[in-house]
Write a protein that binds this ligand. Structure first.
Ligand SMILES: [Zn+2]
Length: 201
């Protein structure tokens, strides 16, 4: 009776905290695939499908492009379902983000994207620069060129992998036709939040 009133006031907060925790853990889960953390996220991609297709992509890369697979293994700590695709240097663990549109492409394309994003992260690990540190330059044209050069390097690796894993001709042709500026979605000559927000892939 002496203690009965006060602790009750914490009950709603506990319920709320418990609910938030439960909904977060339901939306996200992770498991390890050959040493790499795979983080599913129901908000972005169906977790069962994500697990299945990423597993197939690993198998395909390991079988058809073992050197690229080894590179991915040595540089990447996590692959996660996310709202936009890309190499994510801002996590504690080097992470590849995969968005729904990338995920829904062919298995061969998805596999080649793993090699593309691995190359960005390898470049960061080799040089300490994020996308060539283009964001530090005041000369926007020079910054764009640095980013284009990095994209072309990553596309080159991706193209080789796409060919090794048996990508379709239209995918190979599409990738060959890229000029390294595909990140500049709004085509205003720079890469900024407008581009990021305009991305679905
Ligand atoms: Zn890229």
């Amino acid at each position: 009776m002496f203690f009965s009133a006060k602790p009750l006031r914490f009950v709603p907060l506990l319920i709320l905290t418990g609910f938030l925790f439960a909904s977060t853990s339901l939306a996200q889960s992770e498991f390890k695939l050959d040493g790499i953390i795979i983080e599913t996220n129901a908000k972005h991609i169906d977790p069962v499908a994500f697990k299945a297709k990423i597993t197939l992509a690993f198998e395909l890369l390991k079988t058809k492009a073992p050197n690229d697979y080894a590179t991915m293994k040595s540089f990447i700590g996590k692959i996660r379902a996310y709202q936009a695709s890309g190499a994510n240097f801002n996590e504690d663990i080097m992470t590849i983000d995969i968005a729904k549109a990338t995920f829904d492409a062919s298995l061969e394309w998805l596999t080649s994207v793993l090699a593309h994003e691995t190359t960005h992260i390898k470049k960061y690990k080799d040089t300490g620069k994020k996308f060539g540190d283009a964001h530090l330059l005041t000369d926007k044209k020079a910054a764009l060129q640095i980013m284009i050069n990095e994209e072309l390097d990553c596309n080159k690796v991706q193209l080789a992998v796409l060919e090794k894993v048996g990508g379709a001709k239209y995918e190979i042709d599409y990738l060959r036709a890229q000029k390294g500026d595909h990140f500049d979605i709004d085509k205003d000559g720079d890469y900024d939040m407008d581009d990021y927000k305009g991305r679905k892939w």
